[in-house]
Ligand binder design. Sequence first.
Ligand SMILES: Cc1cc2nc3c(=O)[nH]c(=O)nc-3n(C[C@H](O)[C@H](O)[C@H](O)COP(=O)(O)O)c2cc1C
Ligand code: SF4
Length: 509
Amino acid sequence: MKVYVPRDASARALGADAVAQAVIREAEKSGLPVELVRNGSRGMTWLEPLVEIETQSGRTAFGPMTPEDVPALLFKDITKHPKAIGPVEDLPWFARQTRLTFARVGLIDPLSMTDYEANGGLQGLRNALGMTGEELIDTLKLSGLRGRGGAGFPTGIKWDTVRLAQAPQKYIVCNADEGDSGTFADRMLMEGDPFTLIEGMAIAGVTVGATRGYVYIRSEYPDAIEVMSEAIRVARLNGLLGPSLLGTGPAFDMEVRVGAGAYVCGEETSLLNSLEGKRGTVRAKPPLPAIQGLFGKPTVVNNVISLATVPWILANGHEAYKDFGLGRSRGTIPLQIAGNVKHGGLFETAFGMSLGEIVNDIGGGTFSGRPVKAVQVGGPLGAYFPASKFATPFGYEEFDGQGGLIGHAGVVVFDDSVDMLQQARFALEFCAVESCGKCTPCRLGAVRGVETVDRIAAGDASAMPLLIDLCDTMRDGSLCALGGFTPYPVMSALTHFPDDFATVKEAAE
Ligand SMILES: Cc1cc2nc3c(=O)[nH]c(=O)nc-3n(C[C@H](O)[C@H](O)[C@H](O)COP(=O)(O)O)c2cc1C
Ligand code: SF4
């Protein structure tokens, strides 16, 4: 009997380790031949710890499990187990997804190369090794893949810039800082299917002529750091990394670097400074990292999901990927549904689903049962959307057209108890704490912003135009998007939820 208990950080936080220990204990007590696999999460957080059992009739799930539920799982008719929920693939929440990047997450043993290959792994790299640099770039460009870290820049164009740059050394840097509030796709991918990221980085190396890669992971992700480090070791042993990729390709090797924990170190130039051992401050652009990046050399900097999607595209073709999506947002996007929501978790789907469907249908509305008041999409720099904007389809241009951004696709839900003035204050306070200090509009503006919101909260109506003016200055004058985008949550709160700023109106009357 094969028993799967996730080693994913969210499952562990919900008690997966105790469940795994109970499985081992009960199996030892009874002498039952049980093979325990610590897999990734299937992404339905409200069902974690979600345990799966592989029997002769297939794989079936149970959740949320406690150690007390384990004996009945091993020794009784599992179809009658009180936590039985059937095969994961048949659950409506799961069945509605289009899992391309996350196809293997939760399905396989994350550290088994055998499992990885048996489930389609390495096909992308094998195909890539038979292609020229131009062909690889064309494939990527035609797939329509855009960066999943936030800015949505076309991946093929970025890689081509690095490919064409002349330098004795080039680098592939994976941005796994994942600082956006309510996001966890990078973490889940690294903990559940790390070889996909390694394969994606190797393909990037082959394409642009880089022999060295770094995965920059935030220190708050100890599980991801552990799994990625071990996966790199296993990949080296199996020839997926090393002096010749898969025994026939060029050299490529990589390592994990741990960030000290600063939101701004997710910004690519700040990240490069941090990787070089310097303080994590933003560099002025140009020069672009693609021309002068890590240690001054041409560097691809991509998000985990961007890189981990490349093997699927190379294995299945650019047309298959481009078939999914809407407008200029091609392929799939791993939505991370979080906050005050009934069914939170990771939901990979083609671009184009409306925000309302995501929040109410997939997410099931609020966890509290109260009406949804606001949804923040795209992390701490994303705008707050009211229910009147729920028809907005999930896509880069579509959200931009509504004054928002999709960022790293975090969707954080708030019920009607939220005070949007306090949320506006929080956005500015966050910026003040996380600012790298390099430019004045952000370094000083964020602090003055907090003070100005406090004046508004105290009923000082004259502070309102000042806040708007300050937001304009931060948006137009900041060096990077931390200062430049903080006005989005602030101004969207002000525009869409004026009642929460009502003290101002009252004071003015
Ligand atoms: C303040 C700030 C924080 C950022 N944090 C992240 C992050 O945690 N992860 C990420 O991939 N990109 C982050 N970005 C975007 C990166 O600067 C960069 O655009 C991205 O890593 C490029 O990869 P992509 O093209 O694959 O999206 C951040 C940007 C800013 C301005
Ligand atoms: S906007 Fe803020 S974080 Fe970005 S460079 Fe300026 S001070 Fe640094």
